[in-house]
Design a protein around this ligand. Structure first.
Ligand SMILES: Cc1cc2nc3c(=O)[nH]c(=O)nc-3n(C[C@H](O)[C@H](O)[C@H](O)COP(=O)(O)OP(=O)(O)OC[C@H]3O[C@@H](n4cnc5c(N)ncnc54)[C@H](O)[C@@H]3O)c2cc1C
Length: 261
């Protein structure tokens, strides 16, 4: 039996216009459509493949506002069995460290987990650090940027892919894996899956329920802060180069002037 925890985050849809709030420079989550991060769909898919290859249970854990329930339901409709949703006003603006601490406390509620699967980087915060910090906090091995994943008995084997190449990794369970975008093509939830998800258990908890001090999380306790932000400048019109026999050198001159070459 493999007891798998999948970490999922609801993020603003990358296809909608994403903005920061003027007051505290946190992400304006209300102004954009919210979706289950695509990398987390892949994390769920990988967990379901392991579950389907043998016995196992998949628990989804998410830290996010009330509307994150939609992302959790999507993971459940894909086939995950149950969920823990940590939702608390005090969490607004939490940094990577606080987020990882809260996730660690939530995982403490999952009896005898074997494997934690996360995305390697969320498409909003893009810290790419929550999985590594979490593994440190839990004192378990971390296998990050994974492209191929296999669980054999109490061993997890993975191919880690980075710009430097592919590394073969192996660890004893319990362990944490973060997956890269090439790992799989996630399934679409079926109608049956969507209906079944409505009845699956979702445990909604506050930080106090988890024994986490509300004074240790949130924007005021983040180790870094955004002091200023400005909207992206509108795109400039491109520069046209007419080829009068000297097109090549004009393009080269332009690239040099822009310090591109
Ligand atoms: C607009 C904006 C402003 C910010 N301002 C600050 C600031 O002032 N100070 C500061 O320190 N930080 C700030 N952050 C960072 C923010 O707090 C982080 O986004 C957050 O803590 C988690 O890090 P991440 O999204 O980069 O996760 P990553 O490390 O990129 O996520 C990797 C994986 O970890 C898991 N994961 C991450 N978050 C969750 C979650 N909530 N629930 C479940 N699983 C999760 C998922 O599997 C995810 O795919 C800001 C972020 C944004 C978008």
């Amino acid at each position: 039996m493999t007891n798998i925890v999948v970490l999922v985050k609801q993020v603003p849809d990358t296809y909608s216009e994403r903005k920061l709030t003027a007051g505290d420079h946190t992400l304006d989550r209300e102004s954009a459509d919210a979706v289950l991060d695509e990398i987390n769909e892949k994390a769920v898919e990988e967990a379901l493949k392991i579950k389907e290859a043998g016995e196992g249970e998949v628990t989804v854990v998410s830290v996010g506002p009330d509307r994150a329930t939609d992302a959790i339901r999507k993971a459940l409709s894909m086939g995950a069995d149950k969920a823990i949703h940590v939702s608390d006003e005090a969490l607004h603006g939490s940094d990577v460290l606080a987020t990882a601490r809260v996730i660690a406390a939530a995982i403490g509620r999952v009896e005898g987990y074997d494997l934690i699967i996360a995305g390697n980087e969320a498409s909003d915060g893009r810290g790419g650090a929550v999985p590594a910090v979490l593994a440190e906090l839990l004192g378990i091995p971390q296998l990050t940027h994974v492209r191929v994943l296999n669980v054999e008995g109490s061993t997890v084997k993975a191919d880690r892919e980075t710009e430097e190449g592919i590394t073969h990794l192996e660890a004893t369970l319990p362990a944490l894996v973060s997956v890269g975008e090439k790992i799989n093509e996630p399934r679409y939830p079926s109608f049956k899956g969507i209906m079944a998800a409505k009845k699956k258990p979702v445990d909604t908890l506050t930080v106090a329920d988890l024994g986490v001090d509300a004074g240790a999380v949130g924007l005021g306790n983040a180790w870094s802060s955004v002091v200023e932000s400005a909207p992206k400048p509108p795109r400039q019109a491109g520069q046209r180069v007419d080829d009068e026999g000297d097109g090549g050198s004009k393009v080269a001159e332009y690239l040099v002037s822009q310090k591109i070459i």
